[in-house]
Ligand binder design. Structure first.
Ligand code: 13P
Length: 337
């Protein structure tokens, strides 16, 4: 482990006004996205879509890193430039999703545990050689009556900590992602309780595994009511609950907290990040690691057609710029145009 390399990569990923594009959709997830534009989810269409995003001029002003999927990190532009080289040439750090998706948690109906520990060290070394300097592992915590169970939280925390320790041993910055889903009809207080317990367990496990906090990033959900809850809170209320939760659970040695968007609309994800940053100064740098909230409009504008590449790129660049402003607490509704 090279602590200097890890710490400087982690800090570069949360450079002022910059965040991460999560473009690491698995084959199954990209099929869902392409179904929305009636595009066949072939490997070549996946490659064309990522080429559209990654060749967007000016994105590097707001995007510090891009998370790739295993198939994508091996791909190149039509002209033959490897995606990792294309990104690095713009000063964007390539990253890699290394969990292998979720499996049912035995004996706990409705709960999941993330897979991917098999061969992890070897895969990380290969990804480093391909140019990846950070990784992501997503754990999924659902909220429902009687859920999450104590086992779901402890087992997922353990898996995240083992992954993070393996990453650091290979000089790859781990993004630790315990996602408390916003799918249910629960209110914001229940999300706060579950997120608080989740983060307590995650940081206890990271400590047990000797993970270097300065050389990692946390990728959490915001503390927010379930999408089906009748009461939806203001950005200010979300910011207040989110910050209270993190102050109680996340050590100040962690350099950055980069949110997932989790099903929030594009503008909502930006407005909420902005509200959180504005309440600073904070011990951590806040930014984004958005998938859908950076891509939803862009993929529609592109619609799978070569003649729409510039349109898709303009929408992506706009969202990246808006989130870059939010990461500085400088976003306004007027800036949306
Ligand atoms: P969303 O922003 O669409 O939630 O995706 C982020 C991510 O990487 C989930 O693992």
């Amino acid at each position: 482990m090279n602590p200097h390399e890890l710490d400087s990569t982690a800090r570069a990923l949360v450079a002022p006004g910059k965040g991460i594009l999560a473009a690491d959709e698995s084959a199954g997830t990209i099929k869902k996205r392409f179904d929305g534009i009636k595009l066949e989810a072939t490997e070549e269409n996946g490659r064309r879509y990522r080429e559209m995003l990654f060749t967007t001029a000016g994105a590097a002003e707001h995007v510090s890193g891009v998370i790739l999927f295993d198939a994508t990190i091996r791909q190149s532009t039509k002209g033959g430039q490897r995606f990792t080289d294309l990104l690095a040439s713009q000063g964007i750090i390539p990253g890699i999703k290394v969990d292998a998706g979720t499996m049912p948690l035995p004996g706990h109906p409705g709960e999941l545990i993330s897979a991917g520990a098999d061969g992890l060290r070897k895969r990380l070394a290969e990804y480093y050689a391909m140019g990846a300097r950070f990784a992501k592992w997503r754990a999924v915590i659902d909220i429902a009556p009687g859920i999450p169970s104590a086992l779901c939280l402890s087992a997922n925390a353990e898996a995240l900590a083992h992954y993070a320790a393996c990453c650091q041993a290979e000089n790859i910055v781990p993004i630790v992602e315990p996602e408390v889903l916003m799918d249910g009809d629960h209110g914001i207080a229940r999300c706060e309780d579950v997120t608080t317990e989740t983060l307590h367990q995650v940081f206890a496990a990271l400590y047990r595994y000797g993970v270097r906090l300065e050389g990692m990033l946390l990728k959490p959900n915001m503390v927010i009511a379930g999408a089906k809850c009748a009461t939806q809170d203001s950005a200010d209320a979300i910011a207040e609950a989110t910050l209270r939760c993190f102050k109680r659970t996340v050590p100040a040695a962690v350099p950055g907290i980069v949110f997932l968007s989790g099903g929030q609309s594009e503008v909502q994800a930006t407005a909420n990040l902005d509200a959180i940053v504005r309440r600073g100064p904070h011990p951590w740098t806040f930014s984004f690691s958005y998938g859908r909230a950076l891509q939803a409009g862009s993929i529609k504008a592109w619609a799978g057609l070569d003649e729409n590449v510039a349109k898709g790129q303009a929408v992506y660049l706009h969202r990246a710029r808006m989130n870059g402003l939010a990461a500085k607490g400088a976003w306004t509704q007027a800036a949306e145009g």
